[in-house]
Design a protein around this ligand. Sequence first.
Ligand SMILES: [Zn+2]
Ligand SMILES: [Zn+2]
Length: 255
Amino acid sequence: MSARPASPPAAHHQGCLVCGAALEYRAAAEPVRCTLCGQEGQSPVRCGGGHFVCDECHGAPAKDVIERACLASASTDPVALATGLMRLPSLKLHGPEHHFLVPAALLAALCNARGDEAAKPRLLAEARRRADAVPGGSCGFQGACGAGVGVGIFASLATGATPLARETWGLANGATAQALTVIGALGGPRCCKRTTWLALLSGIRFAREKLGVRLDGRGPACEWSGRNAECLDAACPFHPARRAAAPPGGPGARA
Ligand SMILES: [Zn+2]
Ligand SMILES: [Zn+2]
């Protein structure tokens, strides 16, 4: 094993949870609106970019904050939405919360792109219920990465598939297969950041090709590689060195 010790969290994670900028402390509380969930309140703290994250979002268990932030978000970019949530302290470097993060971000972006906000509460609650059934470690133990299965949950809910359906049943299984093919091609070890981004890009492609809905989203430069003792380094398409070297819009940049 060439595992190296994980370095301490990047300075990014001590600043704004949304953009990484340094926090500013005002002399008195001012009206603020949580960038993640939209809750309004009063606080003397915000970042230089104007972001504020409420105490509930900051301290809530991972799946709770994923659900409330995806409900409130107006974004049509599931990669940016999910990557922002990865910066919250409740989301671990690796963990089964990513199995819900994938369908939640994709469903939120799909509903936003379709102008169908009313459908979000039901879809997100059902995606969470289904993702809860996907255990941690299923990538290596079941041969089915939970982020990849998350694309299947997204495709099933987006098309209304059931075990008795015909066309949508095929679409949902095909969506999982496509995501797992992309995830499996790179090999392990597991990294819930890498597989989440690959799954989201695969879901964006599914939305475009099978649902006729164009979502935004590009592969980001990873902010967590220095904390991951099993990072694939230059073999990962999201490694900062790779992303810096890649031409804008170059191979692997888009779904
Ligand atoms: Zn900020
Ligand atoms: Zn909030």
